[in-house]
Design a protein around this ligand. Structure first.
Ligand SMILES: *Cc1c(COP(=O)(O)O)cnc(C)c1O
Length: 435
């Protein structure tokens, strides 16, 4: 399989090149040249998520240097349990993607990408520095995925005032080849600093850099694996297609659902649940696409006003009408998030995180309008990652999952960093004292 840029001005590349590059050289996002459709028997005998994921990804790996490693990569990515649980309401389910090391769905894609890059590494390659800007879950997932992997180090940049205290502790607790920097600025500063470094040809000639952000196809492709697994398991058990409500920020997770459906899996509807950042709901309601500055909400990992994967979504459809016919998006404000969190334990039999609460709210709206399909709400993080929001709503404390608790017990260390491109550049060149 070859991969092409959404902007059409970069040469087609193979999978190994695409995973190593992240962004296409023309500034676009890589997509498979065509989305393959699998025969129904392609999954015969495959039951576990790692097996289903590996069958799904076969066409993308064909002819690549990674081809023989596909099963191993899926084994690593899908090492965590991925339960599809029934909720109280008839036909309601939750797909729990938060049982990995950082308790958010990003673990699966991040581990897949890290394992792939480690496998592509040559014995005498220089130490590669993975740069991540984060305001929450990305940093933890990428750090966990590369932690203790020989040949890599991770530099995490997070805004000093912009992440929750528990998140900051998590980012600083890895140690070893993971270094956290608290930037004296905003998330946008962090992102700009990383982008500037990655785009600096002089710097890159001296230091081997890499990125693992959500536009990497190496994070997107494996995510299609859990949709395939859940839809297939539901189909085998009931003979019915499953529909998904996906909490959405940059559209990475939702795009993976769409790819699984295109590939022939029994998925009926896909609906996006956004917070008060309503760029996508406005577009799907028929408006022009208009990126907006992001607004802060209780579901902060979805505080995105310009979804970076929109370019990919658009490229998958002939025109806006076709796209709007195939997907829908709804906005859920903070008041509705809190109402949903308060009611969820009794009403649905689950304790969602604020992002998952957006999806539950959308499901409630669909049910109220008479929808009788089988739905799965995608649970993107464990509620214990957001105690300040969920605990007052549930009226009790939420136990932290064991893996995360072990991490949080370790001493957290982070270093201060000025919000200037030059400050990061100095660190990368080793000019700043690595105290
Ligand atoms: C990243 C994240 C999202 C948004 O995912 P996208 O792929 O950016 O749409 C939703 N919920 C949680 C908990 C996240 O960490």
């Amino acid at each position: 399989m070859r991969f092409v840029s959404t902007r059409g001005a970069a040469p087609a590349a193979d999978l190994a090149q695409v995973l190593q590059a992240g962004l296409a050289p023309d500034g676009g996002l890589y997509l498979a040249e065509h989305i393959p459709v699998l025969e129904p028997d392609a999954f015969a005998g495959a039951h576990a998520p790692a097996e289903v994921g590996a069958r799904l990804l076969v066409p993308y790996f064909a002819g690549s240097a990674l081809e023989s490693g596909l099963s191993m990569l899926c084994g690593e990515a899908f090492a965590q349990p991925i339960p599809l649980r029934a909720l109280r309401g008839a036909g309601d389910h939750v797909l729990e993607l938060f049982h990995g090391p950082s308790a958010a769905f990003k673990d699966i894609g991040a581990r897949f990408l890290a394992a792939a890059l480690a496998r592509l590494r040559m014995p005498d390659d220089p130490l590669r520095t993975i740069l991540v800007a984060t305001s929450g879950d990305t940093g933890g997932a990428v750090a966990a995925a590369f932690h203790r992997r020989a040949g890599f180090r991770v530099l995490i940049l997070y805004p000093q005032e912009g992440v929750a205290p528990r998140q900051a502790r998590q980012l600083g607790a890895f140690g070893g080849n993971v270094q956290a920097y608290r930037v004296d600025g905003t998330f946008d500063d962090c992102q700009r600093m990383v982008k500037t470094a990655l785009g600096d040809a002089v710097l890159r000639a001296r230091v081997a850099l890499g990125s693992a952000n959500s536009i990497s196809l190496g994070r997107l492709l494996p995510q299609a694996g859990y949709y395939a697994w859940a839809a297939l398991a539901h189909w085998r058990a009931t003979g019915r297609a499953l529909s998904f409500v996906v909490p959405t920020g940059n559209l990475g997770n939702a795009l993976a659902a769409l790819i699984a459906r295109r590939m022939g899996l029994p998925i009926a509807r896909i609906v996006l649940a956004c917070n008060a950042n309503d760029t996508l709901p406005r577009y799907f309601a028929g408006g022009a696409y208009a990126a907006q500055p992001s607004r802060r909400t209780l579901a902060n990992a979805m505080d995105v006003g310009a979804p970076s994967n929109f370019e990919r979504l658009r490229a998958l459809y002939a025109d806006a009408d076709a796209l709007r016919a195939d997907l829908a998006a709804f906005s859920v404000d903070d008041t509705a998030i809190l109402d949903t969190l308060r009611a969820a334990p009794a009403r649905h039999g689950c304790e969602p995180c604020p992002h998952t609460a957006c999806a539950l709210r959308v499901l409630e709206t669909l049910r109220a309008a008479g929808d009788t399909r089988d739905w799965a709400v995608v649970a993107t993080a464990h509620a214990a990652k957001f105690p300040e929001v969920v605990e007052p709503a549930f009226g009790h404390t939420v136990a932290v999952p064991a893996v995360l608790a072990a991490l949080l017990e370790k001493p957290a260390r982070s270093r201060p960093l000025a919000a200037r491109d030059e400050a990061l550049r100095r660190i990368l060149l080793g000019a700043a004292a690595p105290s």
